[in-house]
Design a binder for this molecule. Structure first.
Ligand SMILES: CC(C)(COP(=O)(O)OP(=O)(O)OC[C@H]1O[C@@H](n2cnc3c(N)ncnc32)[C@H](O)[C@@H]1OP(=O)(O)O)[C@@H](O)C(=O)NCCC(=O)NCCS
Length: 189
């Protein structure tokens, strides 16, 4: 199994391949995630939607789409400390039916985070704040179980829900910014 990650217009660029391999479902039991293949590709043309595509002997078997461009800077006061955060757009994931229930989605969610972290480090993106990733349904559950550095938020992009989720993560899980986590790791070296 191998994978490739295309930042920026990856979803648009790979749309035909995903379509050819029937890697979309029109309707999901647990999800609001839908594609109408007749007209959807052009909707993604000018959007920064990245993809991670996973292959088994050159055959695509799973993908993740996400908006990694952080163009929103938010902040609020919580426990007497100013909290800065940005939100990444919708994280969505798909695994071909015959490859499901074998841990593949969990595995590629971890790979995705690792790649995203490297991308942030390589591009000198400010790590001294919290990064939330919006997702719903099973995609949210996968993020919640598998993320270390980034923080899942169960919404399509509601700012107040982001704030509420972040407060919960700080209060109950002692969530830290990526920089704070790196500093702690340095101390133990
Ligand atoms: C959701 C999906 C990506 C999971 O892929 P997968 O490779 O089978 O997932 P994994 O084997 O890594 O399982 C991850 C966890 O999700 C749970 N899970 C998987 N499919 C599930 C389902 N249909 N209902 C409830 N839980 C499910 C597993 O039990 C597992 O839980 P665990 O970590 O506690 O053991 C896959 O079923 C899929 O592509 N579905 C259609 C698209 C979709 O709904 N995407 C999510 C919204 S964008």
């Amino acid at each position: 199994m191998n994978y490739k990650i295309d930042f920026n217009t990856g979803f648009y660029d790979n749309f035909d391949v995903l379509k050819e391999h029937k890697m979309f479902e029109q309707k999901y039991q647990y999800s609001t995630f839908k594609f109408d293949l007749r007209k959807n590709k052009e909707r993604f043309k000018d959007k920064n939607i990245s993809t991670l595509i996973c292959f088994d002997n050159n055959k695509p078997i799973a993908w993740i789409r996400f908006d990694h461009e952080e163009n929103n800077n938010n902040s609020f006061q919580f426990n007497y400390v100013k909290r800065n955060f940005s939100t990444l757009g919708m994280f969505m994931i798909y695994v071909l039916p015959e490859y499901r229930n074998k841990g593949l989605a969990s595995k590629i969610t971890k790979m995705f985070e690792e790649e995203l972290l490297q991308y942030y480090q390589a591009n000198n993106i400010n790590l001294n704040k919290y990064y939330l990733i919006n997702a719903v349904d099973l995609a949210y559950d996968l993020l919640d179980k598998n993320l270390t550095y980034f923080i899942p938020s169960h919404t399509f992009g509601n700012f107040n829900k982001n704030k509420q989720d972040l407060k919960g993560h700080i209060r109950f899980r002692a969530a830290k910014t990526i920089q704070e986590q790196n500093e702690i790791l340095e101390l133990y070296k």
